[in-house]
Write a protein that binds this ligand. Structure first.
Ligand code: SF4
Ligand code: SF4
Length: 456
């Protein structure tokens, strides 16, 4: 469905046409966004049907075209950042489905991401996220070890049944909203203690075909470490020597998206220092959101003294599925009997244009019956920390996704991002389902089977 801009001109722009002061630091923004990127949008509207927020609200201000119009109006001085402008831009998931849909090649992520950072920096009073959320975003989520410690009470609560009892009595509703959302997303089966970290070096099975570094991430490492160990094992089965590099840090996405650009750059520099690229054929990542961020280092640091190293780093980053397909995957030996559907994580399919590789690898597994998922490329509502900052829209999208998954009749859902995994599991459980929600590497791991004796 296409609309003309005249028909759907965002109301805020006309309301505040001659506003004094943009409400954000335009100089900061112009140092990071080339003006031509706004001009790439020709307002054709071909992206609107792919935009989850527009699909849900039908409001042009919640569409890619409307948001580009709003951002450009602010930059041009035709509008200021009103509460409504903040609302419509804040509601964007940064899922980048609009980039996939856009025939004009609009690089929407390069517009909205710095713009949202500028909004965060300029926010005060009620515009700011709750204090607790800010503390968690800055001081907990980007640190895998802190997360592991912080999760111990939750692990005990789940293991002893205290959390399920508290839920059934409605006691969890007494928690602050942010903690309520986090508690809801806890995986149902967490071991009491976090598993031991992976060894620094893991040997390949058979003849060595590549040497790779595994980027373990922070949330994945703390919440679903089994995804990292499965990733390491399938790499070993495919003849890779796997290094788990000490000193690696968060990719920086959580800090960046919460408005802490300096904090994000500190993480990026820590990673540039930790990975000696001369030793590795690739840096492997299994979380779509972190992968998109790691591949963005070159862009985000292009004015930085470390620009050349950032570009070299970006060039080596590969999603696990992308890497295995390029390497030529070894066929797994074992059958996995299941009816499966696959959800495309936004930062894999839109952010990295990786769609076929996970399907190709899953297709190698004998016994798996893979059924298509309606709206597979529409965001599930997790979107990094969106489920904490925009719980209402996140809930609507989570329920919609769960409904479509239920309709497939699949008992297993594969999705290549930890945030989506938690979100989808929660909304399937809410419907009373008993689905297994896994990363594709876990299914491949089952299909490859245990490592031959003697392989570390
Ligand atoms: S973002 Fe692309 S598809 Fe959407 S209105 Fe602009 S030019 Fe058209
Ligand atoms: S990033 Fe996603 S939510 Fe935001 S405008 Fe594009 S399609 Fe819509």
């Amino acid at each position: 469905m296409s609309h003309s801009v005249a028909e759907h001109e965002p109301a805020e722009v006309t309301e505040s046409g001659n506003a004094n002061g943009a409400g954000i630091d335009l100089k900061w923004l112009s140092d990071r966004v080339e003006y031509g990127l706004y001009q790439d949008c020709v307002h054709c509207g071909l992206c609107t049907a792919s935009c989850p927020t527009y699909v849900m609200t039908g409001d042009e201000n919640d569409s890619p075209r409307g948001r580009i119009y709003l951002m450009r109006a602010v930059v041009d001085g035709r509008a200021s950042v009103t509460e409504k402008v903040r609302h419509h831009l804040g509601l964007c998931l940064d899922c980048r489905a609009c980039e996939t849909a856009c025939p004009s090649g609009v690089q929407y992520g390069k517009l909205i991401e710095p713009f949202k950072v500028a909004l965060e920096i300029s926010a005060d009073g009620d515009d700011r996220p709750p204090l607790l959320l800010r503390i968690l975003l800055r001081h907990l989520f980007p640190y895998a070890n802190r997360m592991k410690w912080a999760l111990i009470p939750a692990r005990i609560g789940m293991k002893t049944g205290l959390i399920p009892i508290a839920r059934s009595l409605g006691l969890t509703k007494l928690l602050p909203k942010t903690l309520q959302r986090m508690e809801e997303m806890l995986p149902p089966s967490m071991p009491l203690l976090p598993p031991a970290p992976l060894p620094e070096k893991l040997e390949p099975v058979g003849k060595k075909r590549a040497t790779v570094a595994l980027f373990t991430g922070c949330v994945t490492d703390a919440m679903t470490p089994e995804t990292n160990s499965a990733t390491a094992r399938i790499l070993q089965h495919n003849g890779c020597e796997v290094h788990v590099v000490a000193g690696q840090a968060c990719c920086g996405a959580v800090s960046y998206h919460s408005g802490d650009e300096n904090g994000a750059k500190a993480f990026m520099r820590a990673n540039l220092n930790a990975f000696d690229l001369s030793k590795y054929d690739a840096v492997i990542i299994n979380a779509a959101g972190c992968g998109a961020m790691l591949k963005d280092y070159a862009h985000l640091m292009h004015h930085d003294p470390e620009a050349a190293r950032a570009a070299a780093f970006t060039a080596k980053v590969k999603d696990i599925t992308e890497f295995l397909v390029e390497l030529g995957p070894v066929k797994p030996a074992n059958r996995v009997e299941a009816k499966l559907t696959y959800h495309d994580a936004c930062h894999l399919c839109h952010g990295q244009q990786i769609r076929n590789q996970p399907r190709q690898l899953l297709g190698m597994i004998e016994g798996l019956s893979i059924v298509p998922l309606e709206e597979t490329e529409i965001c599930c509502g997790a979107a990094g920390t969106y489920n904490l900052s925009q719980p209402e829209m996140s809930r609507r999208l989570g329920r919609r996704k769960a409904e479509y998954i239920d309709a497939t009749g699949a008992s297993v859902v594969a999705v290549a991002n930890i945030g989506c995994q938690m979100q989808i599991r929660y909304y399937l459980d809410e419907r009373g389902g008993s689905h297994e929600v896994v990363h594709p590497v876990e299914l491949l791991d089952r299909a490859y089977g245990p490592l031959p004796g003697g392989t570390a």
